[in-house]
Design a protein. Structure first.
Length: 86
């Protein structure tokens, strides 16, 4: 889940992994291009949460609009839409 949504910044992303393994979490724009990578590494099975501060990989605040949080864990991929408002 993603909250708050819509948000201005500091979006919490909570998710559950079904097994130990590599997890990759990215923020994509409406064109599917990577805005930033939030996590890429090993995680244990269970519940996890992290926060996106609304900034791109260069540390700049992203413009208002629709973005997608893409979580890949093992062979499962989940995409959640989030709205950034100003």
């Amino acid at each position: 889940s993603v909250y708050p949504n819509p948000a201005k910044e500091n979006i919490t992303i909570s998710y559950t992994t079904k097994q130990n393994g590599t997890v990759n979490i990215k923020v994509l724009d409406q064109l599917g291009q990577q805005v930033t990578e939030l996590y890429n590494g090993e995680q244990r099975e269970g519940k996890h949460a992290l926060t996106w501060n609304g900034k791109n990989s260069n540390g700049q605040q992203v413009p208002a609009g629709m973005y997608f949080i893409r979580i890949i864990s093992g062979n499962r991929a989940t995409t959640v839409k989030v709205i950034i408002s100003k």
